[in-house]
Design a protein around this ligand. Structure first.
Ligand SMILES: *Cc1c(COP(=O)(O)O)cnc(C)c1O
Length: 403
């Protein structure tokens, strides 16, 4: 829909503040928030053409709204895809993608380490409707390849993963998918286009939880799918129109404004995370640090090549302590001793967040499943925000010095 005219070849930082729908007749400099459920039509013939999809024009905010369109255009421009479609949440975006691409009998190959609700959605909800799925190692390409069947339609990856920051090779997975006649979708929540552009590495679809770094200040739930014009127009817009997994214009506007500072936030938060990871690695109370920016990370080189030389803003670490009892009590002691950080399972905020995955995000797994996933009782995840690093270290020291 009527994009603002911009010169060719702009950089991500410029697109982040400029890409949007064209301004209204009032010439507003900051993009307007269009809180309206429907749009009036000039006459019946125009209305008929717009409802039939023969002419662009706003109709009804379940599937067309200028504020939402601005967010979609901006995110697509930043990801380097032709188009994007917003959804009510990150999970809503993945639901939209699966509804648009899959039918009974189709098969999905997905990493075992992706966001827990993604596994529940694909294996559980879509399983009920006859979509088959296989879950494979995040990092073992041979396992991905072996899992592909003749009716495999989609490979789904997320990199780096939560909370262990495992990295997979997007280009290699894209090649595998394309050889099999399937599509590769990448959940780019942890890196965002500021650090990693999956489409430039061959991914067909990029999904986002806008709730995390895109908003960046912990205010709204939002999501989006970025892909080609054809995929969005032919496969996803019809589902959105029928299913109504719609992002509200207000939430879209908040994310639109969040995108303006995405580049500098990701840079600043990644730099803090790297320094924190180095400090943790040398701390006597810490057993192991999981951070792609550290040379000790098993996929460090791949991560640096794929993520603009940055590790992202999430650092996880194991505190010392024997499984399970003293491991859990030491983790709780470190977390409960903090006076500054937020104890919550979200991430992607300018406020630093600390959590014990074993009792929160991964609390529904059995002890055995959790250990198989490498998530022990002594694991702590820190999603680094924008506080001064000395204050973050001091906050962690309160508990670490007692372990
Ligand atoms: C949070 C998250 C989601 C789901 O997003 P919501 O906006 O909470 O629905 C999906 N993928 C990843 C990697 C996430 O961290």
């Amino acid at each position: 829909m009527n994009a603002k005219p911009l010169p060719e070849g702009l950089h991500l930082d410029t697109l982040a503040v400029r890409a949007a729908v064209d301004k209204s007749q009032w010439g507003e400099n900051s993009e307007a928030l269009y809180l309206t459920s429907s749009f009036t039509q000039p006459d019946c013939e125009t209305a008929a053409r717009r409802f039939a999809g023969e002419e662009d024009g706003y109709i009804y905010s379940r599937f067309t709204n200028p504020t939402v369109a601005s967010m979609e255009m901006r995110l697509a421009a930043m990801e380097g895809t032709e188009a994007a479609i917003a959804a009510a949440s990150g999970m809503g975006a993945i639901l939209l993608l699966c509804m648009g691409l899959l039918k009974a009998g189709d098969h999905v190959v997905c990493s075992r380490s992706v966001f827990g609700s993604t596994i529940k959605l694909i294996a559980g909800e879509f399983g009920k409707f006859g979509v088959e799925s296989s879950f494979v190692s995040q990092t073992d390409l041979a396992e991905w390849k072996a899992a592909i069947r003749p009716h495999t339609k989609l490979l789904f990856a997320e990199t780096p993963t939560n909370p262990l920051t495992e990295v997979c090779d997007i280009r290699a997975l894209a090649d595998l998918a394309h050889e099999a006649g399937a599509l590769l979708a990448v959940d780019n929540c942890f890196c965002t286009p500021a650090l990693q552009k999956p489409a430039s590495l061959g991914a067909d679809v990029v999904v986002h939880s806008g709730t995390k770094y895109l908003d960046g200040q912990g205010r709204v739930i939002a999501g989006a799918v970025c892909a080609s014009n054809a995929l969005i127009r032919d496969k996803l817009v019809p589902v959105m129109r029928s299913a109504g997994i719609t992002l509200s214009p207000f939430n879209a506007w908040v994310v639109l404004k969040g995108l303006e500072t995405l580049g500098i936030r990701m840079e600043a938060q990644s730099l803090r995370a790297l320094e924190l990871a180095r400090w943790l690695e040398s701390h006597p109370a810490v057993e192991r640090v999981y951070y792609p920016g550290l040379p000790s990370h098993p996929q460090h080189e791949l991560a640096m090549a794929q993520q603009s030389g940055r590790g992202g803003a999430v650092v996880s670490f194991d505190v010392k302590g024997a499984e399970p009892d003293s491991a859990r009590s030491n983790a709780f002691r470190v977390i409960d001793a903090t006076q500054l950080m937020s104890i919550t399972a979200n991430l992607g905020d300018v406020k630093t967040i600390i959590t014990q995955p074993a009792s929160t995000s991964h609390g529904r797994l059995t002890e055995q499943q959790r250990l198989a996933a490498g998530i022990r009782q002594n694991l702590i995840r820190v999603a680094v925000g924008l506080e001064h690093l000395d204050d973050i270290k001091a906050d962690l020291s309160r508990g670490l010095d007692l372990v």
